[in-house]
Design a protein around this ligand. Structure first.
Ligand code: PLP
Length: 299
C-alpha cells in the first residue's frame, strides 16, 4: 500500500484546538512525557474513509478506563474530531494517531491525581511499518532475547504510551540485521511483535496467540476474513518451533496491513516467500479498506 497524498504542513488537534504542526505543543510536565502516562490508538484512513473508526475509539476508551484516565471529550465528539483532522489535512490515505495524556499534575511527581488530561490527534500521509518492498516479498525476523511485559505486570490489552519494551525488541532485531522481532511471553510462548499480531498457517489452518497480546483490530479483521473465506482459524499457544515449521507466517497491523514473514532466526519459513493463504487474506484486506464498507467517510 502506498500513499500518494500531497505533502503539506500537517494540521494537528492539540488540547481543544486545530493548529499547524509548527505550533503543536504540550507541556514538558505532562505525565505522558515524564512517565509515559497516557494511552493511544492508531487507525488508518483509506480512500477518504477511516477503517473501523468505532472499534479504534472503543479500544482507546477501554485503555483509558483501565488506567483511570478521563478522555476530555465524548466518544462521538472524538470521532468527529478525528474525521475533521483527516479532512483538514486533505489526505485520502492517512496514518492517524490519537493520544490521550494524563496531563500536568500539581507537582512533577508521579501522582496521577489533579492532572488535567490532554488530547492530541494527528493525521499524516499513510506510513507503513514495513517498507522497501518487503510488504510484497516478506520480512526477516528474530526471536527476541527479551520477554514481553506480561499481563501480570500491566494488561497487554492497554495500548499505553510506554512502548519501551517493544522498542528494545525492535532495536535488538534491527541491530542483528533483521526487520523485526517475535516477542515471547515469560513461559516462552509467542505473543506478538512490536506493533503487530502474529499468525501461522499449517496444513490449511490458521492459528494466532490469544494471551499477552494487544487485541489488534486488524487481527480481528483477519479472523473475520478467514471465516468469510471458510479457512479454519483458531487461537492457540504457539512456540518458536511452530513458527520455524509453519507453512506460512504472517503479521497484521493497522500500520502495514497483512504481510508475510519469510525468515526467522535464519530458518526459511515455508517456501521463503509469501504463501497462498497470506496472499488471499492480504488481497481481501486491501479490498475491504478500499471498499469502505467498514469505514467512516471523511468527505
Ligand atoms: N500489538 C501491538 C503491541 C500494537 O501496538 C499493535 C498496533 O499498534 C498491534 C499489535 C496491532 O493492532 P492493530 O491491528 O489494531 O493495529
Amino acid at each position: 500500500m502506498k500513499s500518494t497524498d500531497p505533502v503539506q504542513e500537517p494540521i494537528l488537534y492539540v488540547n481543544g484546538a486545530f493548529v499547524p504542526r509548527s505550533d503543536a505543543k504540550i507541556s514538558v510536565f505532562d505525565h505522558v512525557i515524564l512517565y509515559g502516562d497516557g494511552v493511544y490508538d492508531t487507525m488508518c484512513a483509506w480512500n477518504h474513509a477511516i477503517f473501523k473508526l468505532d472499534e479504534h475509539i472503543d479500544r482507546l476508551y477501554e485503555s483509558a478506563h483501565a488506567v483511570k484516565l478521563n478522555i476530555p471529550v465524548s466518544k462521538e465528539e472524538l470521532k468527529a474530531i478525528v474525521i475533521e483532522t483527516v479532512r483538514r489535512n486533505h489526505l485520502a490515505n492517512a496514518y492517524v494517531k490519537v493520544v490521550a495524556t494524563r496531563g500536568v499534575g500539581a507537582q512533577p511527581l508521579m501522582s496521577p491525581y489533579d492532572c488535567k488530561p490532554g488530547l492530541i490527534i494527528f493525521a499524516v500521509p499513510y506510513v507503513s511499518l514495513v517498507s522497501g518492498g518487503h510488504e510484497e516479498t516478506g520480512i526477516k525476523m528474530i526471536v527476541s532475547s527479551l520477554r514481553r511485559i506480561p499481563n501480570e505486570c500491566i494488561s497487554t490489552k492497554i495500548k499505553s504510551c510506554n512502548y519501551l519494551n517493544h522498542i528494545l525488541m525492535r532495536l535488538e532485531a534491527n541491530e542483528a540485521g533483521a526487520d523485526d522481532a517475535i516477542e515471547l511471553d515469560l513461559e516462552g510462548y509467542v505473543c506478538e511483535a512490536p506493533g503487530y499480531n502474529v499468525f501461522i498457517v499449517k496444513n490449511g489452518e490458521i492459528y494466532t496467540p490469544s494471551d499477552n497480546i494487544l487485541v489488534g483490530i486488524t487481527r480481528q479483521t483477519v479472523l473475520e476474513l478467514a471465516a468469510m473465506l471458510q479457512l479454519p482459524a483458531k487461537e492457540a499457544r504457539i512456540q518458536p518451533f511452530d513458527l520455524y515449521n509453519a507453512d506460512e507466517v504472517f503479521l497484521s497491523s493497522t500500520a502495514g496491513g497483512i504481510f508475510a514473514v519469510v525468515e526467522l532466526d535464519g530458518r526459511r519459513i515455508g517456501e521463503g516467500r509469501p504463501g497462498a493463504i497470506t496472499t488471499r487474506i492480504r488481497e481481501r484486506y486491501v479490498s475491504l479498506l478500499e471498499g469502505r464498507t467498514h469505514s467512516r467517510l471523511v468527505e
